[in-house]
Design a protein around this ligand. Structure first.
Ligand code: ZN
Length: 273
């Protein structure tokens, strides 16, 4: 017996009887891979206001006022994203997709870990940090996470100084037009990507797994309500306080990296019996 065994059995039963589910993932699943979130106390974001940092104007202003803070945070972020590994939760989501239990993964994370774990049908609401977009022609190019960071670090080591102007010379340029690129992620105040596809997935799914998301960031946070309204049962897995307790048909207050492997084990047991 483990904690929440009953809830996990219920969730497995629901997933087996309803048809293709969608997963809706928040920062909690990435946090279990060592990726700090804006809300972690004492984290890097405590040293800079994310609202200021997260808009193009605020970003430029923050750089201007305090380039040293930005550079030290930038190096910490490089290390954090280089060291991160897919966790058991990511791997179970890919497995559930292969088994036909899961139809799509809607994620608010930008770290590419879900794709690396093997999920194929991913809707990335906030973009992907390792896909660069050309600021002139809009061409997008995906890079491999670890080699991309390693290459960037090697180039940084060769710089004569680490000032902002030198760091900016290392930003990749567009293969087509030679213009500067930036990571294809959604900053505060910018429009969420792929929202129509995400709504379609939420309206279409037979059940929704809501994983490690607080429900504080709209419009993404509306998706579980959309699924619920269309009659899909909602399975919430989250050890932290979140907005979805009220609409959860099954509520499992555990880490996704612990609960999802137990859920998969239960699915196999029921499937075999
Ligand atoms: Zn271009």
């Amino acid at each position: 017996m483990h904690e929440f065994e009953q809830e996990i059995s219920e969730a497995a039963g629901l997933l087996l009887k309803t048809g293709k589910a969608a997963a809706f993932c928040g920062s909690g699943i990435s946090a279990e891979s060592g990726i700090a979130t804006f809300r972690d106390p004492g984290g890097i974001w405590d040293r800079i206001d994310p609202m200021e940092f997260g808009t193009p104007e605020g970003f430029i202003g923050a750089l201007d006022r305090n380039p040293g803070v930005f550079i030290s945070i930038f190096f910490e972020l490089l290390d954090m994203f280089e060291k991160a590994e897919c966790n058991p939760g990511h791997k179970v989501l890919a497995d559930l997709e292969n088994r036909g239990v899961l139809g799509s993964v809607i994620t608010q994370n930008v770290d590419n870990l879900q794709s690396e774990a093997g999920s194929a049908h991913i809707i990335e609401l906030h973009g992907n940090l390792f896909r660069m977009i050309c600021l002139s022609c809009g061409k997008k190019k995906m890079y491999e996470r670890k080699p991309f960071i390693r290459d960037l670090k090697e180039k940084i080591d060769l710089l004569s100084d680490r000032c902002l102007a030198s760091l900016f010379t290392l930003v990749p340029t567009c293969d087509d037009c030679g213009s500067i690129t930036r990571p294809d992620v959604v900053l505060f105040g910018e429009t969420v990507q792929e929202l129509p596809r995400a709504y379609h997935a939420a309206r279409d799914c037979a059940a929704m797994l809501v994983l490690g998301t607080s429900g504080a960031v709209y419009p993404a946070a509306a998706l579980p309500y959309e699924a619920k309204e269309r009659g899909a049962p909602i399975i919430v897995i989250n050890p932290n306080e979140n907005a979805f307790e009220d609409i959860a048909d099954v509520y499992i207050p555990m880490k996704t990296g612990v609960a999802l492997p137990l859920l998969l084990k239960k699915l196999k047991e029921i499937g075999d019996s």
